[in-house]
Design a protein around this ligand. Structure first.
Ligand code: BEZ
Ligand code: FE
Length: 281
């Protein structure tokens, strides 16, 4: 892809699928557990077919659409929009630190390491309102965590992510911030725009045919890590922003809403502190 191409569903879907496929993930699921999950999942699907009297035409359309989702590389997108929020809620059970939210398909590991006070990498002509995002990473007892990192990634002011939109340089609006000795950080960036599910691919067709909307509210993505602590993956939203009350991915939580205000210099600032649970033993 050249850097002048405009983003397409098949382009961002293929990039997300390639990134995910490289990870070769595994889980410790016993045959008994797999059998129980699969039996329940197929049973639930059978009930839907029965309840709605699904026809052969509808079944064939479903088959074609499932094939299209794969061809466009949109399984990471579709699953993260419609399923990940349930998995995330189960993962958070029993935790008392900062609430998590979905990772989504656009995380990239090993981004540029940045000092505690920094500006996120951006284009010389990056558009958008400047935002200074500051805070502290602490443990459950309120002690600042030296050695923590705050990975931050977000869309640009048009709603596009670097690595998944060919016109944006790799690493743009992404970074791994190393907090100071008290766990504090202060990051200058720009406010992202709401994100729209691509409408020129099978996830977008599905949403349109169902009469739903394809929008996620503007958000910052974060992955916060510290030695001996449970990593949290979360998102922060903006009070009063479009789609905050109606996210297509059902991933907004009231504890995760920012309310930036202009500082003495007129630049929007906001503080958010992260609290990490101990790592599972
Ligand atoms: C996102 O957070 O950007 C996202 C989440 C789920 C699906 C697509 C995008
Ligand atoms: Fe996102």
């Amino acid at each position: 892809m050249t850097s002048t191409e405009s983003p397409t569903a098949i382009g961002s879907g293929t990039a997300a699928t390639e990134k995910f496929s490289k990870e070769r993930v595994s889980a410790d699921t016993s045959p008994e557990r797999l059998s129980a999950i699969a039996t329940d999942a197929l049973g639930a699907l059978g009930q839907v077919i029965d309840k709605h009297g699904i026809t052969y035409s509808e079944y064939r359309v479903l088959k074609q659409w499932l094939i299209d989702v794969g061809t466009y590389g949109e399984w990471p997108l579709w699953l993260d929009v419609f399923v990940e929020h349930n998995v995330e809620e189960v993962a958070y059970r029993g935790q008392s630190g900062t609430k998590g939210s979905i990772e989504g398909p656009y995380y990239v590991a090993d981004t540029k390491r940045l000092p505690a006070r920094c500006t996120l990498p951006m284009r010389a002509d990056e558009t958008g309102t400047t935002l200074v995002f500051e805070g502290q990473v602490r443990d459950l007892g309120g002690v600042g965590l030296a050695g923590a990192t705050v990975e931050l990634w977000h869309a640009d002011s048009e709603g596009y992510y670097s690595h998944f939109a060919p016109h944006i340089p790799d690493g743009n609006l992404r970074g791994t911030i190393e907090v100071d000795a008290e766990g504090r950080f202060e990051i200058a960036t720009i406010q992202p725009a709401p994100y729209q599910i691509p409408t020129d691919g099978p996830t977008g067709w599905f949403i349109e045919k169902a009469g739903w909307h394809p929008w996620r509210p503007a958000h910052l993505h974060l992955m916060v890590k510290a030695p001996g602590k449970r990593t949290i993956t979360t998102q922060l939203y903006f009070r009063g922003g479009d789609w905050v009350g109606n996210d297509v991915a059902s991933a907004v939580k009231p504890e995760l809403i920012l309310d930036p205000k202009p500082g003495a210099d007129g630049v929007d600032r906001v503080t958010y502190d992260f609290v990490l649970d101990p790592a599972a033993q």
